[in-house]
Write a protein that binds this ligand. Structure first.
Ligand code: KPL
Length: 297
């Protein structure tokens, strides 16, 4: 099946997807948000520089075989989906790839008929300028159908294969919601703590953070359970420390957002836990504290 990949925005993860598409000779187009610059360069993990050569985006509209990858922050998603809903054929598959939660519900509202996939990645990357991305950590990507838009074979295999070229290795998850909740716990612990303390991820190994990280995991587990997603607390806490270890040298995305005075993803991360907890009548004091502290920065 022929495919063309379309990447929204000019963020770091979008840059990695573009590099993966180019290196695998998959045609791709870049669609920066209004007022944003077009990405030009990706510094690969081995230090090589890749000059991006996307197809021109202006002339041809999207067709049913165009895949739309949306690696935007959840706070940017609503405007983007609203802007795209009339120009996107309802058969075009869409992959949402962002930290935190809330994308599934927005896609249900604005793209009710498209095949929608949800993804989460542990690749590390950051922007060193408006047009230049550096790939800092090799990770992996989990992909599955949005539970609100059930999709089927052979489309699932096809999308997994394309995503594998763009930002692999990809693991297909029938339980993508569980994978998203696990990543949510990782972000709830690492992102605000690194942003508030101005430290790289690895410094969270210090004993002074142990109690906070453990409680964040307990709270996420309790809220997930109330939302009918079963997470194992021991495995979750281990996962968080594992990510801290593997990304020790990295600065989290929230740390970078705060440093560059950009909007953070706090609403979709700790903010999501606080909101869901409130609805379920669960106390989440540590997530609330971290949420408020980041909001007040
Ligand atoms: O996803 C991340 C982020 O920075 O947003 C982690 C996994 C914490 C890596 O830094």
């Amino acid at each position: 099946m022929s495919v063309r990949v379309n990447i929204l925005g000019s963020g770091a993860i979008g840059g990695l997807c573009a590099a993966g598409a180019q290196l695998s000779a998959t045609p791709f187009r870049l669609w920066p948000r209004p007022g944003s610059a077009m990405l030009t360069t990706v510094e690969l993990i081995n230090g090589e520089l890749l000059n991006l050569a996307p197809e021109s985006a202006r002339d041809k509209p999207l067709t049913a075989t165009d895949l739309l990858i949306v690696p935007l922050k959840v706070t940017q998603l609503k405007d983007a989906l609203k802007a795209w809903r009339y120009s996107l054929p309802s058969e075009s598959p869409v992959v949402l790839l962002h930290n935190g939660m809330g994308g599934m519900e927005l896609a249900e509202k604005y793209l009710p008929d498209n095949p929608v996939f949800l993804a989460t990645t542990s690749h590390g990357a950051f922007k060193t300028s408006t047009t230049y991305i550096r790939h800092t950590g090799k990770g992996e990507t989990m992909l599955g159908s949005s539970p609100r838009h059930p999709t089927q074979m052979p489309l699932n295999t096809h999308i997994a294969e394309i995503m594998n070229r763009c930002i692999g290795p990809v693991t297909w998850r029938d339980d993508i919601e569980t994978a998203l909740w696990q990543k949510l716990a990782v972000n709830c612990a690492i992102n605000p703590l690194t942003a508030l303390n101005n430290i790289p991820n690895g410094e969270l190994r210090a004993t002074q953070y142990l109690a906070t990280i453990t409680t964040v995991c307990e709270e996420v587990c309790a809220v997930a359970g109330a939302c009918k997603v079963d997470l194992n607390l021991t495995a979750l806490t281990e996962l968080v420390f594992n990510v801290i270890e593997r990304t020790a040298e990295n600065f989290s995305s929230m740390h970078q957002d705060v440093r560059h005075k950009r909007t953070t993803e706090i609403e979709g991360i700790n903010g999501y836990i606080v909101k869901r907890a409130k609805k379920k009548g669960i106390d989440v004091p540590i997530n609330t504290l971290l949420y408020n502290a980041v909001k007040n920065l």
